[in-house]
Design a protein around this ligand. Structure first.
Ligand SMILES: C[S@@+](CC[C@H](N)C(=O)[O-])C[C@H]1O[C@@H](n2cnc3c(N)ncnc32)[C@H](O)[C@@H]1O
Length: 357
């Protein structure tokens, strides 16, 4: 009972329940964005301003342009602002009545004042002023488990049975005994899936989150072929002997993915393979708009991914939707990789890449 593998599921009904359920999560996350918009006076600044860019809004509010751009795009994806191109934005007067005009009869944004994690919202509101974001460890107690809960279903169903076999020659190497490094390993779920499937290999996980590494250490207590390091991807040891490097849903979270990619190039064996999993995104606004949970993705970016990618003064701030295939290919080439293949995988959220020196 309850096992997807053993029951025939109606794909249309499954799709409907999936969208309905994620719609509630999207609502929760967009609520935080409305909270920030009200709290920072963004709707008031947009009211009557006509069509504006993030630079215009930065000038009129004194807030940080990059943060405003991500927030504006999320608001447009949430259908609270009008935007044809993801660059220019309009708060229509009717939307202003609901979101900006505090004294009016239609004003509704006041109910977004109270939040479950007020300290995270405090940090984000401050980030709009300073530009400096929040790390994963700043996200509050239990956030590492929340991240795992978000990502685990796809990782469990796809990584070992579908994705690894797409990488030419990798299964044989893992069976024989390979060195695997997971950069941005989080709580270590992917390492566990691979270590269970390929016990002859050795595994190393790297992450900058103390909480995630502590959870991963608990997970692997007593297991000799898995080691964990509280070290960022940019400081990966230049051993030149890693057979398989993985970066799963984490490069766009890193302040300096360019440095992490350069370090991966120095760590990987000349015949090694780098498996990158990144969020499905496009530089084309209208293509992104076809994603039914785009507003949730931008909310995740402002609150978590871009927040992390802006958490150092030199952060590039890519964010959830910032590493599309062309950008990743360009950055991988700049880091010294010469082969770049995107694999087709039935995953609505992520794209998978096989990158080699
Ligand atoms: C969305 S989570 C993905 C975790 C894991 N790879 C997975 O698929 O479940 C992103 C991870 O990237 C980590 N991260 C952020 N900046 C990093 C850096 N500079 N080096 C290594 N990891 C980093 C975060 O701490 C977080 O654990």
């Amino acid at each position: 009972m309850g096992d997807e593998q053993q029951q025939e599921l109606d794909p249309d009904l499954l799709g409907r329940y999936t969208l309905t359920t994620w719609g509630y999560k999207q609502g929760e996350m967009v609520s935080l964005m409305v909270h920030l918009g009200t709290r920072l006076g963004l709707y008031e600044a947009l009211d009557g301003a006509g069509v504006v860019t993030s630079t215009d809004l930065a000038a009129s509010t004194g807030l940080h342009e990059r943060w405003l751009r991500e927030w504006l795009r999320g608001q447009a994806a949430a259908d609270l602002l009008v935007s044809e191109d993801g660059e220019t934005f309009l708060l229509e007067p009717e939307a202003a009545a609901v979101l900006a005009r505090t004294g009016g009869p239609s004003f509704a944004a006041g109910v977004f004042r109270n939040l479950r994690h007020p300290e995270v919202a405090d940090g984000l509101a401050e980030a709009f002023r300073t530009g400096l974001g929040l790390t994963y460890d700043d996200q509050g107690e239990g956030s590492e488990q929340h991240t795992e809960a978000m990502l685990a279903p796809m990782a469990r169903s796809l990584l070992v049975p579908v994705v690894v076999p797409l990488l030419d020659g990798v299964v044989e190497r893992l069976e024989a005994g390979a060195k695997v490094v997971d950069v941005g390993c989080g709580t270590g779920l992917a390492l566990e899936l691979l270590a269970d499937a390929y016990p002859n290999s050795v595994f190393e996980g790297y992450d900058v989150s103390e909480r995630a590494i502590a959870a991963a250490r608990d997970r692997f207590a007593g297991r000799a072929n898995v080691s964990l390091h509280l070290v960022g991807g940019e400081d990966l040891p230049a051993t030149g002997d890693v057979d398989l490097v993985m970066t799963l849903d984490c490069l766009h979270d890193m302040p300096r993915p360019d440095l992490a990619m350069a370090a991966i190039r120095e760590a990987i064996a000349t015949d090694g393979v780098w498996l990158a999993k990144e969020i499905r995104s496009s530089p084309d606004w209208q293509k992104n708009r076809r994603n039914p949970v785009l507003a949730m993705m931008f909310a995740a970016s402002v609150s978590t991914c871009m927040a992390s990618a802006m958490s150092t003064p030199d952060g590039m701030g890519l964010g959830t939707l910032g590493l599309d295939p062309a950008t990743l290919a360009e950055m991988a080439t700049a880091a010294g990789f010469t082969r770049f293949v995107q694999h087709e995988v039935d995953d609505p959220t992520n794209l998978y890449y096989d990158i080699r020196p």
